[in-house]
Design a protein around this ligand. Structure first.
Ligand code: ZN
Length: 457
């Protein structure tokens, strides 16, 4: 694991002591959201009369402000090798089933809390050039489980215990029409112009001046290839799905020089967005550079988005764990955020495949908006800084992750930028998007917008 690069811009952690009760409450709250009919069962650590007693394994880890716990042990659960953090007796059975009582041999409450709360990124000082917690600094990378929703596995262990003591089968949450998983198809709109530049540059590099001249003429006389919001919505609608667009209201670069939108939200564009909304698409906010760390900046962009945006995703997936969650919550208008994925790798940043309420480190409670975690972004799959998959490798690489989401009835969140619908992109372009959509459709996914996902919960 790289040693954390100290950044002077990084605010110090402001954390209330996180007690055992707080951890239990946060984890059980999400357990109850994951199943429809959880009976009242006493769950805890020390009291011998509890129906479900969990072996305490975290010692004083949560009293310290360090990002990483001891290495997990790996245990087999229904044929899957699963990492268990805070597993102080890895040779003890995972479940001891007695009459009316279950003892869980690994501290799955602490482990679920650690991963779901994002403890590692809150207490780590490691940030990349965009101020993001790097995948390379994560336990998911260190122990190789980024594509496994480990918290969902912990919940399955707990479910087995609850079913044993209650004699009642728990039903996992399902989606509209009984669908086994939901899919959230999203597009961050950074660029509406510039489509001609890529293909013109390629023509120039191939020495095809005539073609270059043609593309330049095309650019000067016709709408740009990337100015394609209606075509994107139509491509998505072909699968019975509705797009959620994240619109970037700032066209000036950020204070650090990072580009924002290459377009302005003109009256004409607003009219087009309204028309997309009438077709059932959702228009949410793509917070520009600076909005993830400065409240007035975020609020100003909310004010420019008419009417108020239902959801949010930050440009470049910027997210400062010590600032951003509280700031999104304080804006009091967002029903959801969908920024939490690793840019460098597809998978589960909080090791969970359902929406969840981010943990509030300042109070020890939860925040008031839902995080719909981001699982895969087009650029992650093929980019000089990220993965370099070839076209034919993309769906095979993602299939196991989608299978995990289906196993647990979660949400598959997909980010495909509008400029990746350009037919000139043959690696992570429209064809690969179509393959993914066909896969999700064949597996019975119900396609929902962000607001519909929130409403279903
Ligand atoms: Zn963006």
């Amino acid at each position: 694991m790289p040693s954390p690069a100290h950044s002077s811009a990084l605010p110090p952690p402001v954390a209330a002591p996180v007690s055992e009760e707080m951890r239990l409450a946060y984890v059980l709250r999400h357990f109850q959201l994951a199943y429809t009919n959880v009976p009242a069962v006493s769950i805890g650590y020390h009291d011998k009369s509890l129906s479900i007693r969990v072996a305490a394994g975290s010692a004083d880890f949560f009293q310290q402000l360090t990002p990483y716990p001891p290495a997990p042990s790996f245990r087999e659960w229904k044929g899957q090798r699963v990492p268990f953090f805070f597993d102080s007796e890895p040779d003890a059975p995972l479940l001891e089933l007695h009459a009316g009582q279950v003892i869980i041999g690994a501290d799955i409450i602490s482990a679920a809390f650690y991963l779901l709360s994002g403890w590692q990124e809150y207490f780590s000082d490691a940030r990349d050039r965009h101020g993001r917690f790097p995948y390379a600094a994560s336990v998911q990378h260190q122990y190789g489980f980024v594509a496994l929703p480990v918290v969902n596995y912990y919940f399955e262990v707990l479910k087995t215990a609850v079913e044993h003591v209650s004699g009642q089968a728990l039903k996992p949450q399902t989606w509209r029409g009984g669908a086994p998983l939901a899919a959230f198809v999203t597009h961050d709109i950074d660029n509406l112009r510039g489509g001609w530049k890529g293909s013109a540059k390629a023509a120039l590099q191939r020495g095809r001046l005539l073609q270059f001249g043609h593309q330049l003429w095309h650019h000067l006389t016709r709408p740009d290839a990337w100015d394609n919001l209606e075509a994107v919505a139509a491509a998505v609608a072909a699968y019975g799905a509705r797009s959620t667009f994240f619109i970037l209201p700032e066209h000036r670069p950020g204070a650090d020089g990072t580009p924002n939108a290459d377009y302005s939200v003109s009256e004409a564009l607003q009219g087009r967005l309204d028309a997309l909304k009438r077709q059932g698409c959702e228009i949410s906010l793509h917070g520009s550079i600076g909005t993830a760390t400065e409240a007035p900046h975020l609020l100003a962009e909310v004010g420019r988005h008419q009417p108020g945006p239902p959801g949010l995703r930050f440009h470049y997936l910027r997210w400062e764990p010590r600032r951003t969650p509280a700031l999104v919550d304080a804006a009091r208008c967002f029903r959801y955020d969908s920024s939490l994925g690793f840019a460098e790798h597809f998978g589960f940043r909080n090791s969970y495949c359902h929406p969840f309420y981010p943990f509030n480190f300042a109070t020890g409670g939860e925040l008031g908006f839902l995080e719909i975690p981001l699982n895969v972004m087009d650029t992650t799959l093929h980019h000089p800084h990220y993965l370099q998959l070839q076209a034919a490798d993309i769906l095979p690489a993602l299939r196991p992750m989608f299978a995990e989401i289906e196993k647990f009835g979660g949400v598959a969140t997909l980010l495909w930028h509008n400029n990746h619908f350009d037919p000139a992109n043959t690696i992570n372009g429209p064809r690969q998007f179509a393959e993914i959509m066909r896969y999700l459709q064949q597996h019975g996914a119900v396609f929902l917008t962000g607001s519909q996902i929130v409403a279903e919960l």
